[in-house]
Design a protein around this ligand. Sequence first.
Ligand code: CU
Length: 233
Amino acid sequence: MKAGISSFCAALALAATPLYGCAAPQHDLNTTSPVDSSVPAAGHEAGDTSTANNTPMGKEGPGAGMSGTGAGGPAAGGPGDTSGAKQVVVTLDPRSGSKMTGTATFTTEGNKVDLTIEVRGAPAGVHAVHIHEHGDCTSSDAESAGGHWNPTKEAHGKWGDSAYHLGDIGNLTVNADGTGTLSMSTDKWTIGTGQNNDITGHAVVIHTKGDDFKSQPAGAAGTRIGCGVIQRK
Ligand SMILES: [Cu+2]
């Protein structure tokens, strides 16, 4: 850009144009680039409407365009950043010969995690729901998910009682049409933090029976009819 202006002025000098037309812009060349962008205008005002001088001036066009690119840079980095909220949608798949399907959606809300479970095609009645230790639903009976997720090493129980596992979600009631929902919110879980209470890497399990909240270590809830791994996409 500067070389272009120099050759532009040199061309003016060679063309025996009055030198003051170039003197001022040449001083400007040693200063900042915003002043630089005014140079072509100054050159233009010098009255050179003739011939080859238009060519170097044309080269200034891309220079002006670059300042536009600079303004675009920060804008590109600004949007697209989320508020920090995290969500994991777990797909629940049928196990042990059941026909149930569904989702378990975990979402951070402030310092809490909200959970909503929705199932379809499940047997009517009460079904225990737990977070189990292993994020592995590969076996046909979901036994691959292991026992209850219990990072605090407590006895099994009812959520909110004196002792319970962090995976002791509770019971889900399924209607006659096979649908059911369960919602809860807690500050005892985190998502993707890598901390002791991080729910990711474990599995949501639905059982054929309800949880009695007493029997150890898992509430006598029977076989596992649904399973989904809690993993961030
Ligand atoms: Cu369970």
